[in-house]
Design a binder for this molecule. Structure first.
Ligand SMILES: CC(C)(COP(=O)(O)OP(=O)(O)OC[C@H]1O[C@@H](n2cnc3c(N)ncnc32)[C@H](O[C@H]2O[C@H](COP(=O)(O)OP(=O)(O)OP(=O)(O)O)[C@@H](O)[C@H]2O)[C@@H]1O)[C@@H](O)C(=O)NCCC(=O)NCCS
Ligand SMILES: Nc1ncnc2[nH]cnc12
Length: 285
């Protein structure tokens, strides 16, 4: 194994942290997103705003940087899993301090934290597929120090017998790798603007994700509305087409009426943008 000089490791970790933060900001600003906070407003949320989401994203840069530095060229083993778990929980505390106790990005810290670590484990040079597989290896290892809390996500996965954030990572992010990333690139190839390509990628996730945020707030009715509505947008030609835009507006109204917000899908869009960027020719350090 060729070891990089420390300065390159530090530069790589800094780039990864800045990029992960920017992906969170890009996701938050993207509009119009159904039920979610975006540059138009607060969606279905009373305690969130775009300014809060951006403050939260910035508060996480040191966490991503520490994750990258600690994971650089290390194998997926229990020792690294413990370090990543500890840093992730510290990141959650930073987020809560920055938002006065509002949960803005818990799921995003999990997904992007694992992916940042996985890129670093590959020494900054893995493909999206390799990185997702490595993140899954890490996610499958036991996290002995995890507090025994029965979270909203766990409650929803047990009640409805569906996979949640944990399983998405342990299965190497199928909604990112098999749906969102291909859709993002297809929409770009078809001439869609970057905004429309990202909205289409979000729709691709929402067609089948069992988003525990939606299940907790709006049950199976909310989940069906999300999945059916997202399919309608894509089958109308996507968000760049007038019929797709009408379907997206109808989905937004439906989600707001049900008080449903696909926060898990939003996190996975940020993860998609991150994996897209690590494969772009500009990823050099
Ligand atoms: C493994 C953990 C993610 C914990 O997961 P668990 O399911 O037990 O716990 P939750 O606290 O419910 O967090 C899961 C969050 O993941 C997002 N999510 C939901 N469904 C999926 C899915 N199918 N696939 C992927 N991701 C999913 C979602 O996060 C977003 O929503 C949050 C906002 O939700 P909202 O309901 O609006 O807010 P609340 O305040 O909770 O409710 P209201 O009052 O508003 O109604 C926001 O965080 C978004 O990011 C779920 O919330 C993981 O946290 C863990 O184990 N961490 C330990 C540390 C660790 O090991 N880290 C390693 C990597 S750094
Ligand atoms: N844009 C957004 N709105 C609401 N919850 C979110 N969780 C992650 N991104 C979000």
């Amino acid at each position: 194994m060729k070891l990089l000089p420390q300065i390159q490791v530090e530069g790589g970790a800094e780039w990864l942290a800045r990029t992960a933060t920017q992906c969170l900001i890009d996701e938050a600003r993207l509009s119009p997103k159904p039920g979610l906070v975006d540059s138009r407003g607060n969606g279905a949320h009373h305690d969130l705003s775009l300014a809060l989401m951006e403050r939260s994203a910035h508060s996480l840069t040191p966490t991503f940087q520490a994750l990258a530095l600690q994971s650089w060229q290390r194998p997926a083993d229990i020792a690294l899993r413990q370090t990543v778990g500890r840093l992730g929980r510290e990141g959650e505390k930073q987020m809560m301090a920055a938002t006065d106790g509002v949960n803005t990005h818990r799921g995003a810290i999990w997904a992007l934290g694992l992916l940042v670590s996985a890129v670093a484990m590959h020494g900054g040079v893995g493909s999206a597929q390799q990185v997702a597989m490595t993140a899954a290896e890490l996610a499958k290892l036991p996290d002995a120090a995890a507090p025994k809390v029965f979270s909203k996500g766990l409650r929803a996965t047990h009640r409805y017998q569906v996979p949640g954030a944990r399983e998405e990572a342990q299965q190497a992010f199928p909604h990112v790798m098999q749906r969102a990333l291909p859709q993002l690139r297809l929409s770009r190839l078809n001439g869609s603007s970057e905004t429309h390509a990202r909205l289409d990628a979000l729709m691709a996730i929402m067609t089948s994700l069992t988003d525990t945020c939606v299940l907790s707030r709006a049950g199976l009715e909310g989940l069906d509305a999300m999945q059916d509505g997202a399919r309608a947008v894509l089958s109308a030609g996507g968000s760049a087409h007038p019929a797709g835009q009408a379907a997206l507006a109808a989905l937004d109204s439906h989600m707001l009426a049900l008080n449903a917000s696909p926060g898990g899908a939003a996190d996975l869009l940020a993860a998609t943008l991150f994996l897209d960027r690590i494969e772009s020719p500009y990823f050099k350090h």
